[in-house]
Design a protein around this ligand. Structure first.
Ligand SMILES: [Fe+2]
Length: 316
């Protein structure tokens, strides 16, 4: 058996064909919020974004991670579960007893052993907190792994990982660069125009030719952490019939725009809260504090994979 944190449990898997179904949700304007990671200030910010335009929110997993404090655990989950939500590997692992999957991240070879080990330790602490909330855990465990939304006739598949696994990495920026043919086969098999995902921590938007026409994979990275060098905001995916003034980049598919929109939360308040729960030397501090303070070594230009047909564009 693979080491904890490296494996992808069998019950995490599904077929891309599950997306070839009638829409579960119809929306005029939709925000897909992946990787909130227990940041209550980012949650406030996305609620505000959605409220301003009457948009539907879909939380596609890992809304828990740094919220090991019991009060924060309850508040984040109480609020998120009022909206449409999918479970990520974090919710799946804390809802059930230890399956040996560790954090369930299914980390690929390019993620170091130290990071995987610390991830398992974070999950253990969060699982300890979650045990105090059996009712919430039951609700988290009962959340679906995938969803189909329709926005203005556009079919949008939503998952946490990729089109065949809750914790899949095929739609990570690394795999999309190195094995685009694999991602292309998956999105073609899903029979959707857009596949919105998260889980792999860095955002990317890339288009593919499929039998349905141009299809887009859009990974929002993290809503609750910075995604780009020297920035202090999270990112959400917005799908709507009118462009947002806030979008960093986006693509147009027919009458609908698919965009990466900043989640501008109170950075100082979040950093102070994070430091209180995860002080210097703790596994979360070692793995994530630098990124929370000033972003990863990744730039907007790297997230936007321009195509020959010019469907994608960076905001002016
Ligand atoms: Fe995840």
């Amino acid at each position: 058996m693979a080491e904890p944190g490296r494996s992808c449990p069998r019950h995490y898997r599904y077929s891309p064909a599950v997306f070839a179904r009638a829409a579960d949700v119809e929306a005029r304007s939709l925000y897909v919020v992946g990787g909130l990671y227990g940041n209550p200030f980012a949650l406030e910010a996305v609620l505000d974004l959605a409220r301003r335009e009457g948009a539907t929110l879909v939380f596609n997993g890992d809304f828990n991670w740094f919220n090991a404090d019991p009060t924060e655990f309850r508040e984040i989950n109480d609020t998120v579960l009022r909206h449409v939500a999918l479970r990520g590997n974090v919710e799946t692992e804390i809802a059930g007893e230890d399956s040996g999957a560790g954090c369930g991240c299914g980390y690929p070879e390019w993620v170091g052993d130290g990071e995987v080990e610390r991830s398992n330790e974070i999950l253990e602490r969060l699982r300890e907190t979650a045990r105090g909330f059996p009712d919430l855990c039951a609700r988290l465990g009962g959340l679906p792994m995938h969803l189909v939304a329709e926005v203005g006739g556009l079919r949008v598949g939503i998952a946490h990982g990729d089109a065949e696994s809750l914790a899949g990495w095929q739609f990570s920026q690394e795999a999309l660069r190195e094995r685009p043919e694999r991602a292309q086969a998956l999105i073609a098999g899903a029979a959707v125009d857009v596949l919105a995902c998260t889980h792999t921590c860095l955002p990317v938007m890339q288009d593919f030719a499929t039998p349905r026409g141009t299809a887009l994979i859009v990974n929002n990275g993290a809503a609750g952490m910075p995604n780009f060098r020297n920035t202090r905001f999270g990112l959400a995916t917005r799908i709507a019939n009118v462009p947002s003034m806030e979008a960093l980049y986006g693509a147009r598919l027919g009458a609908i725009v698919v965009e990466a929109v900043p989640v501008r939360y109170d950075h100082e308040a979040w950093l102070a809260r994070f430091d209180r729960v995860w002080p210097a030397g703790s596994p979360a501090s070692v793995s994530y504090r630098k990124r929370i303070a000033s972003g990863p070594g990744y730039d907007v230009e790297q997230a936007l994979r321009t195509s020959s047909n010019g469907a994608l564009s960076r905001a002016a």
